[in-house]
Design a protein. Sequence first.
Length: 355
Amino acid sequence: MTNLLYCAIIIHMMKREYEIISHEETNFKVFVVNLLYRAPHIHKDFELGLVLDGNISILLPGQTLLLQPGDFWLINPFQSHEIKADKPALLLSLQVSSAFFAPYYPEIDHLEFISCVLSASADPQYRTLFSDMTALALTYFQKDAYFALRCASLVNACFFSLLQLLPHHFISHQESQLLHENARRTRSISQYIEQHAGEKLLLSDIAARENLSLYYLSHLFKETFGMPFQTYLLKIRCENARRLLLLTDLSLLDICISCGFSDPKYFNKGFRQQYQLSPKEYRQQFQHEKLPQQQKSMLTTQEFLSESASLIVLENAYRKSSGYKLRNAKGEEDTVRPQTSAEKPGSRDNDHDIS
């Protein structure tokens, strides 16, 4: 087997994407992920996330959001976002289609949240959202009798809290249609780029493939992702290279070629731009790390936890950190904890008693 073929196989095996949009019949999905990086992407669902451990940056067009343990983030459907962390961060995520709410709240198809971050707080409304989100996750993974009904009620409760906590507005039907069409097109293009990042890619060729003018596609891409096509492509190629540096002993030249870089000089410059180290320095630094950190890095960009592992994480991650130290209205320290398996979801009153 040639080195380049081996690279292609490894890259193909690593193409497990962050968003899990296989909702089966529920129109929502809950998961826990250990994440280091997720390239700029869009999806058709609302995404509500909670940082369990570590610090992350979420890059939106024109702004960067910094989150720490206890912070929530909310991504609108078709909103481009990129997630990165200096060290693998543990995240709890709910992805839910607007179709979930459509039978009784069709207006959600035109709803757009303006603010995307809710910082950890001792505010009662934050406590309610925190309780409902953690109860939802525990119920979802435990799968006790009638869990689907309980999950559905908690998804609604979470979004009821979001509507109270975050500013939002409604867009017109025409704006919504245009957003859907542009997002469908750019999502298709971004998926094509990720699949063919190791090949020679020109925006003019993609424009011809999509029957679009180069000018229109260039502006659409930058408007959607907040960056030019070449910057997006560089991020994808550098991330593929980073994983090959850690997971294989292939030469830097083989990795350079297989990831689509035209020459080693461009590879080194682009990689340093993304990770502040040259490819050689990055691999050497990894080789000198202690094994536990190596194991985390070997997870590459993201590892989805199993249901049993997710339950352990949800019940133990907070115990390890002794809960979130927050400030209440009097400036005194307060602690917020999730429900554990010993505190089975019961009445709404119990849901809110999380201190």
